[in-house]
Write a protein that binds this ligand. Structure first.
Ligand code: FAD
Length: 391
């Protein structure tokens, strides 16, 4: 097989890249280890930044988002006995949209299917070759067990944190930075109307909790738990009790409405960045190059920002033989990656409790500052609603 751009991974980064490239008349083939159904049903992110929404809209992917998504002006930040609203629109003139990653994925799959995009699902043994040359290629075994070779001008690793692309950059070239946090999130999906209009981020001595939502009938909630937590130790009743305590059920008359839990999982928290995001004819985008803890709602948005910068760079490289943008892609993308890495770390360390009482006082002081100073609130708002792509 031959194509212009071989894309590894059919998550949001891979499919959006194939969509953006097609708009520039560039052909791509996508290979994906999982089945289409599995990829479509993965419950992950749910907050879209202002720039993500603008980009999706500009390339014909905003119609259902505007119809079924929910625009939020800001978030609630709270600690025992206090709840404050940070209004992003007042502070920065930018909002966020609640629209699940599953929905973004469905829209991307539908758009690529109607354009006849070639996607090979359920492949195995994906391997990258000759990345230092102008004739790189990818090998894999297809769903029927047939060995395949995909020749391309460029290979893009959009294969998330466990794919092979990141490891294809030689050790002599790559550098990585990592922070593993001493806690995880126990996340649930529940068939119950959200008990809040906008997301609640709660600091509590028992640990962080968050109330978000996927729709008017489905809520998504999280509890800080120790690393290594087994979901089996958390009955539905224990989860709702923990959420009620940490989110302040009864505080100023506010009620948390419990409902049937349809999904439970534990998500470890990690920050990770690997540089450079380009080596020879291999480019990395999304979680393949960087992971953020979900507290700042940045993972999916960063994947979108990466491919928004990469698509024009590849178009210039392949169509005009102009390597300028491709050569600066790694540095350009990493500026935003580090900004979001810092913001995600900042939100995480402000809100997650440890056993250290000194840390707790610093966190409460920071929360008071962010919620009472316009400068403090504006900094949070600007980062949360998202800096422009290319910032
Ligand atoms: C378990 C989990 C829960 C998350 N929860 C949240 C959340 O609650 N809130 C939030 O803001 N963010 C969350 N995130 C982050 C967000 O979902 C990611 O940042 C986003 O999915 C990144 O998109 P991506 O396309 O770069 O990577 P992915 O969505 O990971 O896509 C990578 C694709 O590559 C495929 N792949 C892997 N290996 C191979 C291979 N060998 N060959 C071919 N294909 C391969 C994978 O199957 C996958 O489909 C979560 C992430 C994870 C992993």
């Amino acid at each position: 097989m031959r194509t212009e751009v071989a894309i590894i991974g059919a998550g949001p980064a891979g499919l959006l890249l194939s969509h953006l490239l097609a708009q520039d008349g560039i052909e791509s083939v996508v290979v994906e280890i999982r089945s289409a159904e599995y990829v479509a049903s993965r419950i992950r992110a749910g907050v879209l930044e202002h720039s993500t929404v603008e980009l999706l809209e500009s390339v014909g992917l905003g119609e259902r988002l505007r119809r079924e998504g929910d625009e939020h002006r800001g978030i609630h930040l709270q600690w025992p006995e206090e709840r404050h609203h940070i209004d992003f629109v007042d502070l920065t003139d930018r909002s966020v949209w609640i629209y699940g990653q599953t929905e973004v994925q469905k829209d991307l799959v539908a758009a690529r299917a109607s354009a006849g995009q070639e996607i090979h699902y359920e492949v195995t043994d994906t391997a990258l070759h000759d990345l230092d040359t102008e004739r790189p290629y990818v090998t894999f075994t297809d769903v029927d067990g047939v060995a395949q070779r995909l020749d391309a001008d460029v290979v893009v690793g959009c294969d998330g944190s466990f794919g092979p692309s990141r490891g294809a950059v030689p050790d002599s070239v790559k550098q990585s930075w990592e922070r593993v946090y001493p806690y995880s999130w126990l996340g649930i999906l529940a068939d119950v109307a959200p008990s809040t209009d906008e997301l609640i981020y709660a600091w509590h001595p028992d640990g962080f909790a968050m109330h978000s939502m996927r729709s008017s009938t489905v809520s998504r909630l999280y509890l800080q738990v120790p690393n290594g937590t087994d979901v089996a130790d958390w009955s539905d009743e224990r989860i709702w009790d923990g959420l009620a305590t940490r989110l302040g059920h009864g505080q100023d008359g506010w009620q948390l409405n419990p409902g049937p839990i349809t999904e439970k999982s534990v998500l470890p928290m990690r920050s990770f960045v690997q540089t450079p995001m380009r080596h020879g004819r291999l480019f990395l985008a999304g979680d393949a190059a960087h992971i953020v803890p979900p507290t700042g709602a940045k993972g999916l948005n960063l994947a979108v920002a990466d491919v928004a910068m990469l698509a024009p760079a590849l178009a210039a490289l392949l169509r005009k033989k102009d390597p300028t943008l491709a050569d600066s892609y790694s540095d350009d993308a990493l500026r935003r990656v580090w900004r979001c890495t810092h913001f995600s770390w900042w939100m995480t360390t402000m809100l997650h409790t440890s056993d250290d009482p000194f840390d707790a006082q610093l966190q409460l002081s920071q929360l008071r500052w962010v919620t009472s100073s316009e400068a403090g609130a504006a900094g949070l708002a600007e980062n949360y609603a998202g800096l422009p792509i290319g910032f």
